[in-house]
Design a binder for this molecule. Structure first.
Ligand SMILES: CC(C)(COP(=O)(O)OP(=O)(O)OC[C@H]1O[C@@H](n2cnc3c(N)ncnc32)[C@H](O)[C@@H]1OP(=O)(O)O)[C@@H](O)C(=O)NCCC(=O)NCCS
Length: 329
């Protein structure tokens, strides 16, 4: 079996919101945001853009690169925490756009660990049922600007909108698979650290929930920071050990883009130099489910990655959900 990445794609909205723009919304400043997070600007989707429309743009690029037609997809796994609707699932909207009538579609909610979780799921489906799932689209797309409280300086500086995807194809040969090993974790005991309190069955939407800003991201920043570094490092070490790969052999680490200081702390503890760590957080902030897919696409298209390179993904987010994945591009 040879499951390979045959296309990557990404999309970010045209509108840029800089740190200077945020200074007009909340009591913050460019210097604070840059030094604490590394973020300089983020993209904000237009009123007519949604998680599905951004994903569709990214998918167009991946399909064009691969030469595969949308209608030939066997499954679409979409990671998002900002679906267009509660139901139908947003993957079905992508399926409708590309008219891939036979594709099995579903959304997956793992916040910032979404992209890697979708990759794990789609790849596992291909391994388990190669006849059914030959071409699987893995996508992460989030319009976080609609769940960010633009009056809360603790969170609004961090997030942005975007989409990223990969197209996996099983070419039926004995070429080694692109996914070497992975390890994903979750711990539901930390909902008080990172969550959107309202809008689900726990706290349905009401006038009160809207008035109290309960439909926006709530985060304990300092606590999240500490948990993130430890979790990303230990998951990465476990995956590398399992694969028998040393950090010297890794061409590029693509970490979830949550905070430049988190990324640097993880890289330092893994003993990987900055030149082998991909960062685009400066331009996009944290795009949650899209983050690693977006970074992967940029790394491929700008020549930072070459065919055969080993790449380590490491991720962390609400859930808590975190993990690491080793792939060969
Ligand atoms: C949010 C985060 C940037 C805050 O940085 P920090 O260094 O931990 O800052 P603290 O929360 O300790 O706040 C330090 C001070 O800055 C203030 N502050 C917070 N946000 C601010 C802002 N945007 N501008 C200016 N000051 C701000 C705080 O009120 C606090 O003031 P005080 O000391 O008078 O109480 C950082 O904790 C972080 O990135 N955490 C992880 C976030 C994350 O990854 N989330 C998603 C996981 S996928």
């Amino acid at each position: 079996m040879g499951i390979r990445i045959v296309g990557t794609g990404s999309y970010v909205p045209a509108t840029i919101r800089t740190n200077a723009d945020l200074e007009k919304l909340v009591d913050t400043n460019d210097e604070w945001i840059r030094t604490r997070t590394g973020i300089e600007e983020r993209r904000i989707a237009g009123a007519d853009e949604t998680s599905s429309t951004m994903a569709i743009q990214a998918v167009e690029r991946a399909l064009a690169q691969s030469g595969i037609e949308g209608q030939d997809l066997d499954a679409i796994v979409l990671a998002t925490i900002t679906p267009d609707h509660i139901f139908p699932n947003t993957a079905a909207l992508i399926q409708h756009h590309f008219q891939c009538k036979k594709a099995f579609c579903f959304d997956l909610s793992a916040a910032c660990a979404g992209f890697v979780s979708a990759m794990e799921t789609g790849f596992s489906m291909m391994k388990a049922f190669p006849e059914k799932y030959r071409r699987v689209l893995i996508c992460g797309s989030d319009k976080l600007s609609v769940i960010v409280d633009w009056t809360d300086r603790n969170t609004c500086i961090l997030f942005g909108d975007g989409a990223g995807c990969v197209l996996l194809e099983n070419d039926g040969t004995d070429t080694p698979d692109c996914l070497l090993t992975s390890r994903l974790f979750a711990d539901g005991g930390y909902t008080d650290v990172l969550q959107i309190p309202a809008g689900g069955s726990f706290m349905p939407a009401s006038e009160e929930s809207v008035r109290n800003h309960k439909h926006f991201i709530y985060m304990e920043g300092r606590e999240t920071f500490k948990l993130a570094v430890n979790a990303m490092v230990s998951a990465s070490e476990e995956v590398l050990a399992k694969a028998g790969v040393t950090t010297d052999q890794i061409a590029l680490v693509i970490p979830h883009q949550a905070n430049l200081r988190i990324i640097q702390a993880v890289a330092k503890r893994l003993g990987v130099g900055d030149d082998r760590v991909y960062c685009n957080i400066q331009r996009y902030g944290n795009t949650s489910s899209a983050s690693i897919g977006l970074a992967l696409d940029e790394a491929c298209r700008t020549g930072r990655l070459k065919r055969g390179d080993l790449v380590l993904f490491t991720t962390f987010g609400g859930g808590l959900a975190w993990g690491a994945m080793l792939i060969r591009y």
